[in-house]
Design a protein around this ligand. Structure first.
Ligand code: CAA
Length: 258
């Protein structure tokens, strides 16, 4: 792959978008390679996936404006669907995902980060949905996920004004979970990933599924989703091990993802 690097260390995978000359902007090839990388990752051996951008200036500076500049209506719709399908795949990946945002997260970059479960950014990070300044709407989920994460009023303000916000403001409005100095970014993401990976993988996956699916339906249906996932945990070896370890006052747990 030319623009995507995937490495796995134990249970933790790191997918790096590697097109630093264009601030990791998402052209068709980058998105295709992200999708292919997701095809190749063995989910059974993975407990957390970190997504980041190469270099110290940019996570992803958006969809590739040069490529988009020549699209007509049908091609624009298809391009939106292409990106949306990949980001939705990422959002519904069975394992938890952390976006480690090391600089610009604009347009498609902010949308990529919002498709991850957790966002950690460096102090130099900048977020925004600048699309209306380019004559388009956000097209990879920004009109939908931003409002769900930061609330309707703030999302509309950010999208209508096309104004960027800095890391501290992103933290204040709940767009990111944590802000850290740039040199600590990857270590912080890895530490959180390791903490997630130390818990029962089936339970973590079912918790992600329950949260994601429950948010799409009313509360009566949502709690039924939770009940089913909760019940499924009791059919796992990891539930036996987790509770046995507690009762034996044992700190070390031998979770098997079974
Ligand atoms: N598409 C294509 N190329 C991009 C790009 C993008 N989104 N963002 C940056 N680049 C390229 C620049 O063209 C430049 O290339 P050259 O060296 O060949 O000229 C290189 O990356 C470095 O960029 P700058 O020289 O502009 O760097 P800067 O530090 O002066 O500015 C920046 C950084 C503020 C992020 C600026 O590059 C910028 O505004 N980029 C565009 C951001 C943007 O509008 N993103 C949204 C795109 S639309 C979208 O994403 C739609 C959607 O929802 C799917």
């Amino acid at each position: 792959m030319e623009y995507v690097v995937y490495e796995q260390n134990g249970f933790i995978g790191t997918l790096t978008i590697n097109r630093p000359k264009a601030l990791n902007a998402l052209n068709k090839q980058v998105l295709t390679e992200i999708n292919e990388a997701l095809d190749e990752i063995c989910m059974c051996s993975l407990r957390c996936l970190i997504i980041t951008g190469a270099g110290d200036k940019s996570f992803v500076a958006g969809a590739d404006i040069g490529e988009m500049s020549v699209l007509n209506r049908e091609e624009g719709t298809a391009w939106g669907k292409f990106g949306n399908d990949i980001f939705r795949r990422l959002e519904t990946l069975p394992v938890p995902t952390i976006a480690a945002i090391n600089g610009f997260a604009l347009g498609g970059g902010c949308e990529l980060a919002m498709s991850c479960d957790i966002r950690i950014c460096s102090e130099n990070a900048v977020f925004g949905q600048p699309e209306v300044g380019l004559g388009i709407t956000p097209g990879f989920g920004g009109t939908q996920r931003l409002a769900r994460i930061v609330g309707i009023g703030k999302a509309k303000e950010m999208i209508y004004t096309a104004s960027n916000i800095k890391a501290d403001e992103a933290y204040r409005i709940g767009l990111v979970n944590k802000v850290v100095p740039q040199e600590e970014l990857m270590a912080t993401a890895q530490k959180m990933a390791a903490k997630i990976a130390s818990n029962a993988p089936v339970a973590v996956r079912l918790a992600k599924k329950a949260i994601n699916e429950g948010l799409q339906v009313d509360m009566d249906k949502a709690i039924v989703i939770e009940e089913c996932d909760f019940g499924d945990c009791f059919a796992t070896e990891d539930q036996k091990e987790g509770m046995k370890a507690f009762l034996e006052k044992r700190k070390e747990k031998n979770f098997q993802n079974k």
